[in-house]
Structure formats: structure tokens, C-alpha cells
Design a binder for this molecule. Structure first.
Ligand SMILES: [Fe+2]
Length: 181
């Protein structure tokens, strides 16, 4: 599967949002494939990890994030489930799950309820190892235009997650034990 074809369908090549999405996703994909290579994933799973890393943020254009060229009208938190719904229409249900399960360390129903109906009420926590690995690697890269490819330290990524609660920080620490071999 050519992820470029899917990305180019929704992001005009040469646009700011295309640049941000591609650069960020490539950085996440590089890290995810590197860490996955030290584990026991099959060739098929390795391919999935690369593809899903490239597509995990495909929903950002539905949101309002003008600094990165996204001119939609939804709050940024919606990019996960919107990407999920988009990839379902592309016939990619497993890649779709990575989209809606990669926000932070995942969204529980309790998290979702705090958004008062903004998000569909279904559990959005990463379950499979590849879903968790991609969510983990994503936390090391920001969408700050000047630092798209700069990998944050584990401590910096952990500080970012801790803002959302100790429970989230603990999940991130568990992933670090599991994936950062
Ligand atoms: Fe991301």
C-alpha cells in the first residue's frame, strides 16, 4: 500500500499541512520501525507499523490548527477519530484504529466524557503492541515547525504526558520499559 497516495488525496502536495504531516509522520515511522526491529514482529506487522505510523495523524486537516496549515473547524483533539473514520472509508480498519487510539496514551471513556459529547463515546486506548508502539513513538515528536524532526528526550516526553495525570505517566513509563530495549 502506498501511503503517499492516501496522504496526497487529502493534503495538497506543497502545502504547509502536507509538509507538517509528512515530516512528522516520517519521524514517528523511523522511530517505530527502529524499535520494532528489536522485537519479534513479523514482516507483515513491520509493514503495518510503517504504514500506520505514516497515517496516524491523517485526520488533522479536519481541525483548526492554522499554525500547521489545518483549516478545519473541529478542535484538535478530534483528529484521532476523524482520521479513523476517514481510513474506514479507505478500507483500512486496522490502520484506522491506530488513528483514534494514539492521542496521548489513549482516551478512556472517562477521558472522553470530559469532552461533553465532542468525541464519539467508545474506548480509544491502544490495545495491540503495534498500536501502543506508535502512540509511544509519537510522544517524542512535536508539530512545532522548527522541531518537526527533533526527537525529545524521554524525560521531556514524560513531562508532556504527566500534565494529563499520573495514570497517563505510568502508562508511558510502562511503554518505555517495553519498547525502549
Ligand atoms: Fe503524531
Amino acid at each position: 500500500m502506498d501511503t503517499n497516495l492516501i496522504i496526497s488525496k487529502y493534503y495538497p502536495p506543497g502545502s504547509l499541512s502536507f509538509h507538517v504531516l509528512k515530516t512528522h509522520s516520517q519521524a514517528v515511522a523511523r522511530k517505530a520501525v527502529k524499535l520494532a526491529g528489536r522485537m519479534n514482529f513479523s514482516d507483515q506487522e513491520m509493514e503495518f507499523i510503517h504504514e500506520a505510523s505514516m497515517l496516524h495523524d491523517i485526520g488533522i486537516f479536519y481541525t483548526s490548527a492554522t499554525d500547521i496549515g489545518c483549516m478545519g473547524d473541529l478542535p484538535y483533539i478530534c483528529h484521532g477519530y476523524k482520521g479513523h473514520d476517514l481510513l474506514l472509508t479507505e478500507g483500512l480498519p486496522l490502520h484506522a484504529l491506530v488513528c483514534e487510539r494514539h492521542t496521548g496514551t489513549g482516551l478512556t471513556l472517562t477521558d472522553i466524557d470530559k469532552f461533553n459529547g465532542l468525541l464519539p463515546r467508545r474506548p480509544m486506548e491502544p490495545i495491540s503492541e503495534s498500536e501502543q508502539l506508535i502512540a509511544y513513538c509519537d510522544k517524542f515528536f512535536s508539530k512545532d515547525l522548527k522541531n518537526l524532526e527533533v526527537e525529545r528526550s524521554f524525560e521531556s516526553a514524560l513531562r508532556g504526558i504527566t500534565k494529563y495525570g499520573e495514570d497517563k505517566a505510568n502508562i508511558f513509563k510502562e511503554w518505555h520499559q517495553k519498547f525502549n530495549l
